[in-house]
Ligand binder design. Sequence first.
Ligand code: AMP
Ligand code: ZN
Length: 111
Amino acid sequence: MSENCIFCKIANGEIPSQFVYESKNTVVFNDINPQAPTHLLVVPKAHVESLRELSDPALMAELLESVKAAAEKLGIKDYRTVINTGRGAGQEVFHLHIHVMAGREFGWPAG
Ligand code: AMP
Ligand code: ZN
């Protein structure tokens, strides 16, 4: 738990929110400013600043398992996953999260 970290507060229930999916070490909730009809955030319960600081292979696996489980639960087959790592890549919340977006067309290459 990191002081003043919004995703720590959400993941640990300090800010009440509805989880789309929850596993032992991860939670999945809706992005507050969705960039697609479905826009989920898959987040470790423990504070990890970014992918750079993530070193536990079991937690890496669990995060991807939660992406798949949440998508399956919502009946989503096609989705875009994004991890912004570092300010220069667009990271604004410094608690690791995987964006899962669905329900519209996505361009490639990504802009
Ligand atoms: P990033 O730019 O990759 O760090 O993404 C941060 C994301 O967190 C953005 O898509 C925000 O809309 C989202 N976000 C910020 N605060 C909240 C919140 N309180 N609840 C849900 N999503 C949030
Ligand atoms: Zn945190």
